[in-house]
Design a protein around this ligand. Structure first.
Ligand SMILES: Cc1cc2nc3c(=O)[nH]c(=O)nc-3n(C[C@H](O)[C@H](O)[C@H](O)COP(=O)(O)O)c2cc1C
Length: 166
């Protein structure tokens, strides 16, 4: 797959097989995430690859959609704003940008390895914070269900090139 093919192949998958992900694939994805760039190289992130039932259930209860129930693994992605770079001209904190890049590395690496993912941000953050103990300064940004797809990409619906490139 060239990069464009990889971008086309990645899709938001909401149905997964009950199949474990091979250790080599997990390590490959973790390394691709580790190599992500970040502002001033602060790397203000922490990731949990969750497959054990107690933690999986806890994370799932914070996202109120039925499809999450059968997901075999979820990567919980956290940012740390205190560690991230803040632009002094307007005090804009870059933690969200940094972690978004790392998460997209994750999703694209997973796709390349024949796996599927879905960004999930519409979780109840307060509920999750109450269920899960995060180290000081870290807070969840996204849940990424990951595994072997049991659904196909319904197709891409995107703005036209001329509408987004000037
Ligand atoms: C930041 C972000 C948050 C998202 N949150 C959710 C979510 O909470 N639940 C969900 O089902 N999909 C979520 N998505 C997936 C989008 O709906 C999806 O990426 C978009 O519709 C394009 O479809 P595609 O990923 O299949 O190309 C999210 C995507 C992004 C990038």
């Amino acid at each position: 797959m060239n990069f464009k093919e990889l971008c086309q192949a990645r899709f938001s998958c909401r149905a997964f097989e009950q199949r474990e992900i091979e250790t080599e694939k997990q390590e490959y994805i973790k390394e691709c995430v580790r190599l992500a760039p970040s502002a001033v190289n602060r790397q203000p992130w922490l990731f949990y690859w969750i497959t054990d039932e107690p933690r999986l259930q806890a994370v799932k209860t914070s996202y109120h959609r039925d499809w999450i129930n059968d997901v075999p693994a979820i990567i919980l992605c956290c940012k740390n704003e205190a560690e991230a770079w803040t632009r002094r001209y307007d005090t804009h904190n870059h933690a969200d940008i940094d972690i978004a890049i790392a998460i997209e590395h994750l999703c694209l690496a997973a796709t390349e390895q024949g796996l599927a993912t879905c960004w999930v941000c519409n979780f109840d953050i307060n509920q999750l914070k109450g269920l899960f103990e995060f180290p000081e300064g870290y807070e969840p940004v996204a849940l990424i269900p990951i595994g072997y797809a049991a659904a196909e990409d319904p197709g891409k619906n995107r703005k036209d090139t001329e509408d987004i490139w000037k």
